[in-house]
Every structure is written in C-alpha cells, then in structure tokens.
Design a protein around this ligand. Structure first.
Ligand code: GLA
Length: 754
C-alpha cells in the first residue's frame, strides 16, 4: 500500500514538473541585443542606426557589463523576424506575447517605434508613452509580458521588427537581467491560473485543515474544457489525504474559488497538488505547494514567564521593562528584591522607575493565575550598555514601506497585544522611513501629515507596555527621499527623546553624497556624530546602524556604540535572498556580544509588501522555519516585517515558540558559528549560558534529506541529552553520531546538554 502511494507521489511530481508548452511557437530573444546609456526618444525608431552601440547580454545587469554604479536612463534594442508560421503551430492563435523577463527598475517597450507596454503591466493598445517614470518600488521584480493581438498593425509578420526597451534605474543594479526573453504564442499557462497561496490555511479543532483554492481563466475569449485533479499527499509515505477529480468548463473570465478540507495532524509535511488537463490537446498545467506544518505546541494554561532574562539600563534613564508571560485568564505580576527606585505594576507586569548608580541586581519575578504560579530571575544591569538581548519587535518597512501612517502604527501595536505576541517578549513597534516632513527655520524636525502627533503616538504605544522606534538618515535625505538628519542631529534626538522614542534606525543612504567613496573614518563619522547626540539625552535609545555592512561594520560598530548593525543589503521574501544573507553571517560571529548585535535584516514571514498592497511571503513554510531558526541562532534582532493585523495561525506559531525565542534571547549573547558547510547542508552551533548548545541543521536542497551530525564536529563528546526546540520535546540521549530528517530548504533546531 505504502509502495503504491509512493509511486503515485512520484508520478504526480513528474506531471507537475513537465511543461508541455514549448515548440515552434516561440522565438528566442536571448542574444543580439544592443545597448546604450542615456536617453533619446528617437532611439525607439526602427530606422535609428544602433550599429555603434555596445552588444549586451540581457541575462546580466549593466553593472556587470562595464557600467559600474550607473543609475538613470538606458536603452536596449534588438532586431527580430517574427514568422507568421508561429500562428499555425500554436494552440491559441489570437494573440502574441513579448516576454522580456524582469527589468530593474522601470521600462517602456516600443515595437517598430510604437509603445506596446510599460512597467510590467499589460498595456491597453494605442496608449501613449507616459512623460516619465514614477518612482514605484518593487517593479523590478515583475515579469514583463506584453500582449498584442495577432492582428495588431504594429507587428511586421515575416519581416524584421525592432524592439526597443527604454529603462530607468533608480539605484543599485540596472537593466534587463532575468529570463525569459522571447516572443511566444500564448499557452494554457498564460490564461489558466491557480492561486494556492493567497488564502490562509485554517487549522481547526479536530485536526481538520481547510484551504481555499482559486482557479481562473483570465482569457476574455478562450474557453477551456478538461479535467481538474486536486490532491493532498503526506510527504512521508506518500499517504493520500485528499483527492478530487472533476470535469470542468473554464468559460472566459471564470473564477472558481473552492474550499477543500481534509483531516491531517498539523505537524506532518503535506503537499497540495493541482492539475488541469485540457481535453482536446491533452495539454496540462499543474502547481504544487507545501502545506505549512504547525510545530509549536500551545503554551500551558498555567503561567509561564517568557522573554529576556537580563535587562540593561543606563544610570538615570527612565526604566521600562515589561515582564512577559503566557497563561490562562488574569495574570498577577510581582517582583521580589526590586532595587530601590523601581516598582512593578501587578496588572501588566511593567517595571518602571529610575536607577541612579551602576550595579547588578537579581530580581525574583513571580507570575500567578488561577492555576498556579511561576517564578524566574531577572538580572538588571545598570551600566553603559543597553539591549543586552537582541530586540524583539516589529518594523513597518517590509510591510507598509513608505505608506506607513500613525493609524497603521497604532493598529500594529494593538495587534502585537491582541495576537498574544507581546506575551512572548515581542516589544518594539518601529516606524521606518516615511514619517518625516522637513526641518523648520529653527531646525525642528516636523512630521508629515500621516503622523499628526508623534508624542501622542508614543504615549499610546507605551500605554500598551510596548516600546517605539523611529528611523532617520545621516544624509540630507532618507532612502525613500524624506528629510534626513544631516546638520540637525542634536536637535532631532532631543525631539525623539521628548516624544519618548526607544529605538533609532540610522540609515546611511544619501550620506553617500557627502562621502561617495568613504574611507574607514568617513564610514564611522556620521555614526559618531549621532552617538554623541544620543548620549546627550536622558533616555535609553537602542542605536541601530543601517549601512548594509560597508567597511565590515561588525568590526567597528561597537566602537561607535551601536547596539546593532545591519550586515547586508535589504532582504527580500525569496529563498535566494534569505539563504544568501543567512548562511553568510559566520564572518560576523566573533563580534556579536550582549548589546552588540549583528543584524542580517528584518523578518520576511507573513504578509509583506513594502507598500500599500501586501502579499503572502514567497518563502515556503519550511523556508520560514529556516528563517526563524537561523536568525535565532545568529542572535539577530528579530523585527517582524509583516502586517500584524493579518497574522494566520502558521505565522503566529512561528513567532511564539518560547524555546526557540529563548535561543535568540540567550543572555550569553554568543552568535552561532558554522561548523559544517557542504553544497547540500549546513550545521550551525551556538553556546548557551547554561552550558548547553543550540544546534541548527539546514537542508539547502530541494529534496528531503537526513543530515548526519558528528558530535566531535560540534566539540561535544560523550553522552548528551537532545531536545527538539520547535516541538519542545526531549529526544533522548545521543553519543557520537546522529541523523535528523529535514525537509527541502527546511531546518531543525535542537539543544544538546550534558
Ligand atoms: C533602506 C533600508 C531599509 C529601509 C529603507 C527605507 O533600503 O535598508 O531597511 O529602511 O531604506 O527607505
């Protein structure tokens, strides 16, 4: 039975991976492109002589082909015969698609001198070129597919056509860089679309999983009849959990939104497959997704104290630390041996006051509910260094981008509380770029109309027991083009302190106008200026350096009193970005210490978007386990980047595992090191305060694999107790060698103790 199920899975996988839609109905545009920087609208004309232009490979950005650091306009041109015979062999004969891959950042495409599309959207025919490009984030990542009717007079069938692409690059890499480059007749995949990712998974009581699947025919003209198969299959053993086979008639424009539900234990790896087979041609289109596994157990009903075990504060600074705990019903918080000057609020666990002298105190925390009580020590260190564990919080950028507002910040703070996240230690609500207006004639920083009253907003966030962060740049402008702090550092910080800000992200960006090719001293300088300003106010403000790792910032971030420093460019919600950043952090490990954290950028789980419209992260569920596991081992600040008002059960489970978060928050503050790296897997190990070790096993391949672990390589010998931190279960004893199963791009996190 098991065997048959396995065979079935293999068969389905084969079906999924076979695309039946290539043939003579495609003309490749991989080679033959000409290129020039600059801008001239006559370059779109077919008669323009481009023979003096450079040749260019559309697979690579222009930076990689002799135009280092070039931002601005540039043109690509190619000549291509489009054979009418394409229509004859095609399955669908009414239109033709110009596929130009992805373009960084914006584009307008001209066919024989006439505009056929821009910015990655399909154009209405005869539309006029826009005067210029708007600054729209994220367009670079769209596949350019420009569709024309086969009767469009702009196409010269069986003759040479000139395709000219006008590109504008705002910053970073520029131009064409990603396949496909082709002219093609449309196939089933251009019209029949599945959406397996937009709707959340509903995990219900008796192990019932519910999920909405959308099947669309986006063609306005073509009808497709055929068979639809939907299957859910358990990865281990290939056991079928759900099968549906139906004949369907996809009439033009039809959208089917159907719910499927099946029984499964929520911690099992399950694949969901969907296939449509068109009846007359047998052409097929398929898709598959991994169903998220929920590993984090529900917290116990009795009280459990979570969050940081050590808290740093400077003498005389206002003290705010919230004791966080889970547990059913009303919780009562008390603290024994609180140093003079501090008090705890019994109802919400917030400790406030002022400590005037340097020193260390051990406070005995107690949390009670109707089922019992729980106790834990909190170490308070009054000294020069703050943020003795990495900040846990949320930041607006990966979610709202520049569309952040006062209202969205309040909603996020509310959701941090109502979702229960704050019970697990999540504390900061950070406003990223987009709040600034200008400095007035007296040098006061003014907020823009989206932030009518910053002081009131900070008070509101504090009233929930949370902390609040803000963003600025040492340059004239921020990365988003808003007002920076150059020349106003002291005054800006005085405003931050008066408002009640607890965290500052200070983003290099337009400081490159001041120091285009910065020396090591120039890299430090603006951060020293801001550091002085921060030390001149009587408030502990976490100082987060953001300059993408320039000059190996991890080696000197502490010398400018940074509490954390970004070690990389901006993260994206893709495996490429996540794995490139995450697995390259070993070089920074020696420099991480309490209050001095390497920051490989914010989290990309949940619904993200960098602007007003959001999408579910493009990371698979297993990649999200890798993300949280690795970032916890790296002792990275954990700043959630998604919309907190739309958290689904899976995302919440990822962010509320107290044993995983305890690794991130471990008071020893040592970042994990990479102990094994092969092309297929990696092993990272982190020393913890109690002498145990947290070990992360990472599968970098597309297949499930057993990762072998030699205890010697972990500098551990002899018997060890092993605990699986995601499921919070002891796994027994290990001695010399063990193996653990990992899913594609997935991770395991264990703790080994003597
Ligand atoms: C840079 C930073 C991002 C974000 C934006 C805001 O790109 O790296 O994290 O702060 O600026 O404009």
């Amino acid at each position: 039975m098991r065997r048959i199920a396995c065979l079935l899975t293999v068969l389905i996988m084969l079906l999924v991976s076979c695309s039946t839609e290539t043939g003579k109905d495609v003309v490749l545009l991989d080679t033959g492109w000409k290129f020039s920087t600059g801008d001239d609208m006559t370059w779109g004309n077919p008669s323009f002589n481009d023979s003096g232009w450079d040749n260019i490979n559309p697979m690579e950005t222009w930076e990689k082909q002799g135009h280092k650091k070039y931002d601005g306009f540039a043109w690509y041109r190619i000549r291509q015969v489009i054979p009418r015979s394409m229509i004859k062999t095609a399955f669908l004969k009414d239109s033709i698609i110009f596929r130009l891959g992805k373009i960084d950042d914006c584009d307008q495409v001209f066919l024989n001198g006439a505009l056929i599309g821009e910015n990655g959207t399909t154009m209405a025919m005869n539309s006029l070129p826009s005067a210029d490009f708007n600054k729209i984030w994220g367009k670079w990542d769209l596949n350019r597919n420009y569709v024309l009717s086969v009767n469009d007079p702009r196409i010269q069938w069986d003759k040479e056509n000139v395709i000219a692409v006008r590109v504008f690059d705002f910053s970073g890499p520029g131009g064409m860089f990603s396949q496909p480059f082709e002219i093609a007749m449309p196939g089933l995949k251009d019209y029949v679309r599945f959406d397996l990712t937009s709707s959340p998974y509903d995990f219900e009581g008796e192990n019932i999983l519910k999920k909405n699947i959308v099947i669309k025919n986006i063609s306005g003209k073509n009808e497709f009849k055929g068979n639809l198969v939907i299957r859910a299959v358990e990865q281990e053993g290939g056991i079928g959990l759900y099968t549906e086979k139906t004949g369907i008639d996809l009439t033009p424009g039809l959208i089917i939104d159907k719910q499927i539900s099946f029984k499964t234990s929520f911690d099992k790896a399950v694949n969901l497959f969907i296939c449509f087979t068109e009846a007359t041609t047998g052409k097929q289109i398929c898709d598959t997704v991994d169903v998220p596994r929920i590993l984090t157990p529900k917290p116990p009903k009795g009280p459990r104290i979570t969050g940081a075990k050590v808290f740093g504060v400077r003498p005389w600074s206002p003290f705010q630390f919230k004791v966080t705990a889970t547990g059913e019903g009303r919780l009562k918080y008390t603290a024994l041996d609180l140093p003079a000057g501090l008090k705890i609020n019994e109802d919400d666990g917030v400790i406030t006051g002022v400590l005037k002298k340097k020193g260390e105190f051990i406070v005995k925390l107690k949390v009670e509910n109707h089922l019992g009580f729980c106790e834990r020590d909190l170490k308070i260190v009054v000294g020069d260094v703050i943020s003795l564990t990495p900040p846990l919080g949320w930041n607006s950028w990966n979610c709202w981008g520049l569309s952040v507002s006062d209202e969205k910040i309040r909603q996020s703070a509310d959701a941090m509380k109502s979702s229960g996240l704050s019970d697990h230690g999540w504390t900061y609500i950070n406003i990223d770029d987009g709040w600034e207006y200008m400095h007035d004639k007296d040098g006061n920083i003014l907020t823009n109309s989206k932030f009518p009253n910053m002081r009131a907003l900070c008070d509101y966030v504090h009233s929930l027991g949370l902390k609040i962060g803000i963003y600025s740049s040492p340059g004239r402008k921020t990365c988003g083009g808003y007002e920076g702090s150059l020349g106003f550092e002291e005054k800006d910080v005085q405003h931050y302190a008066a408002w009640g800000i607890d965290y500052l992200k200070y983003d290099w960006c337009s400081y490159s106008e001041v120091a285009p090719d910065p020396t090591p001293e120039q890299l430090k300088y603006p951060y020293q200026v801001m550091r002085r300003a921060l030390r001149n106010v009587n408030r502990d403000i976490h100082y987060s350096l953001c300059q993408y790792g320039m000059g190996d910032v991890w080696k000197w971030g502490a010398s400018v009193d940074g509490n954390s420093w970004r070690t990389t460019g901006d993260i994206e919600d893709t495996w490429e970005s996540l794995s490139l950043i995450g697995f390259s952090q070993d070089k920074c490990s020696p420099y991480s210490a309490p209050g001095r954290w390497n920051d490989p950028d914010m989290l990309v789980v949940g619904r993200v978007g960098w602007g007003p419209s959001l999408h579910n992260t493009r990371l698979t569920p297993e990649e999200q386990y890798t993300h949280i596991t690795l970032w916890s081992l790296l002792a990275s600040p954990l700043l959630i980047g998604c919309d907190l008002t739309q958290l689904d059960a899976f995302t919440l489970s990822l962010l509320t595992n107290d044993e995983v978060l305890a690794v991130n928050q471990d008071p020893l503050g040592k970042q994990a090191i990479q102990v094994k790296k092969t092309g297929e897997y990696e092993i990272w190990i982190r020393d913890l305060e109690d002498g145990s070790k947290a070990v992360g096993l990472f599968n970098k391949t597309e297949k499930a694999m057993n990762i072998p672990v030699e205890m010697k390589a972990l500098t551990l010998d002899g018997k060890c107790q092993m605990r699986d931190l995601w499921v919070q279960k002891d796994l027994g004893q290990v001695c010399r060698h063990f193996e653990m199963k990992t899913w594609p791009h997935g991770a395991r996190l264990i703790r080994l103790s003597k």
